[in-house]
Design a protein around this ligand. Structure first.
Ligand code: FAD
Length: 407
């Protein structure tokens, strides 16, 4: 009986197993993860779960009973130390496992901030359930927190911390928040929202060290300023975990390089999720995506290819972020835009920002605007050239704009 081994029991690895069983694979499946938990979803770790509003069981993608009933062997706290695709073997610390097909779903790790004092007690990151529990324990009202990095995770942590009554400073090296992922209007909007809630938000602020003897006492900036604090949270991006692939000669380029079917340069090995660099079919280039949608989609693509099924449709990339009572939904990738259209009024805390290049819609950031988000997915997938005046006018429904493209 054939055996598929999946290394990495996160969102993407688990999806491969789910889809294989759903589509009738009857062979053996081993899902190997180095964390103690069954596969779980990470987005709540910087949102409801950090706030204490969600029980740990609610994070799990499936129950242990489900895996047993579907004959999926989940190995937890089990690190794969090396792989040998030619011999069809993966090695754990104390044993090995043979495979016919291997899937690498090793995810990513937080990008370290390489400054003095980074290992001090009191300096945190948020990637795992354990990280969030550790952080939750110290998030007491009036504690002083410094968040380093104003990306989605940093801003979400800042929002939760403010709502729990902590004093929060956010330090961002770039000249605006979310600079890597969004345009100036949306950055300015979130900056104002955080400041209005009492966050001391500083852009162009570069950290040079964490100060403290036994534990963190302050964050030192390049200009010499020291911000006294009890807690620091570093959220400056992630790096793909590609070491296993690299070590056996599989092509990597800031991510394990895969084709549309999630196949690596070794035909026996697939790779899915945060650890990959994949073709972005709607944009004619390759890239890394760090999202639940990508993990699920690539999980399905790999399972379909392994089973020789037709390739599932590839959706426009999408993502979300929750901060305070704001729901930001993002569809598409805005890189390279040459035009921005805003629909609605940021002052009303309900608006959408569209990004276009040569008149073609590339992406949208929709804030408390679910309809604009959903409609944009359709428009982006069709490489639509919407009428800009209509797009900017909330009085013209998104359905009208979609219909106009079809005619
Ligand atoms: P992971 O979930 O990282 O899973 C990989 C697993 O493989 C890990 O458990 C890892 O420990 C394990 N592993 C690695 N190497 C080995 C090895 N050698 N042996 C055994 N196991 C190994 N996305 C959104 O779309 N929306 C959001 O709002 C959002 N919020 C997020 C908030 C936080 C705090 C974080 C951390 C992420 C968030 N994301 C969000 C991103 C999303 O969670 C990830 O893109 C997704 O989890 C990627 O899934 P993955 O399976 O590729 O990787």
């Amino acid at each position: 009986m054939s055996r598929i081994v999946i290394v990495g029991a996160g969102q993407a690895g688990a999806q491969v197993a789910f889809s294989l069983r759903q589509w009738g694979f009857e062979g053996k499946i081993a899902l190997i993860g180095d964390e103690p938990s069954l596969p779980y979803e990470r987005p709540p770790l910087s949102k409801e779960f950090l706030k204490g509003e969600l029980a740990e069981e609610r994070l799990l993608l499936r129950t242990s009973r489900w895996y047993a009933e579907n004959s999926i062997d989940v190995l937890t706290t089990a690190e794969v130390t090396s792989i040998d695709p030619e011999c069809g073997l993966v090695f754990l610390e104390d044993n090995g496992l043979s495979f016919d097909t291997l899937v690498l779903a090793t995810g990513s790790r937080p990008r370290p901030l390489a400054v003095r004092g980074a290992p001090l007690l009191g300096v945190h990151e948020v990637r795992t359930i354990a990280d969030t529990y550790t952080l939750r324990q110290v998030m007491r009202p009036r504690a002083r927190m410094v968040v380093v990095g104003a990306g989605y995770i940093g801003l979400e942590v800042a929002a939760v911390a403010r709502s729990l009554g902590l004093e929060v400073t956010v330090l961002e090296a770039a000249d605006r928040v979310l600079a890597r992922v969004t345009g100036k209007t949306v950055s300015a909007f979130f900056e104002a929202e955080h400041r209005a809630r009492g966050v001391d938000l500083r852009c162009g602020a570069k950290v040079s060290a964490f100060d403290g003897r036994d534990r963190l006492e302050g964050v030192r900036m390049e200009d010499g300023t020291v911000i006294l604090c009890d807690i620091a949270v570093v959220g400056i991006g992630i790096v793909p975990r590609e070491e296993l692939a690299k070590a056996c000669g599989i092509a990597c380029d800031d991510g394990i390089v895969v084709d549309r079917d999630a196949r690596t340069s070794d035909p026996r090995v697939f790779a899915v999720g945060d650890c990959t660099r994949r073709p972005l079919v709607h944009y004619g280039r390759s890239g890394r995506l760090e999202s639940v949608h990508n993990a699920i989609e690539q999980g399905k693509l790999a399972a379909a290819a392994i089973l020789g099924r037709p390739r599932p449709a590839e959706d426009v990339p999408w993502f979300w972020s929750h901060q305070y009572d704001l729901k930001l939904q993002i569809a598409g990738l805005g890189a390279g835009y040459d035009q921005v259209v805003v629909r609605g009024d940021p002052a009303e805390r309900k608006f959408a920002t569209f990004y276009l290049r040569d008149g073609v819609l590339l992406a949208v950031d929709a804030i408390n605007c679910a309809m604009e988000f959903m409609a944009s997915k359709v428009l982006i997938a069709g490489a639509a050239r919407p009428d800009l005046a209509q797009l900017a006018d909330p009085g013209v429904s998104m359905k009208t704009i979609i219909d106009a493209q079809r005619n």
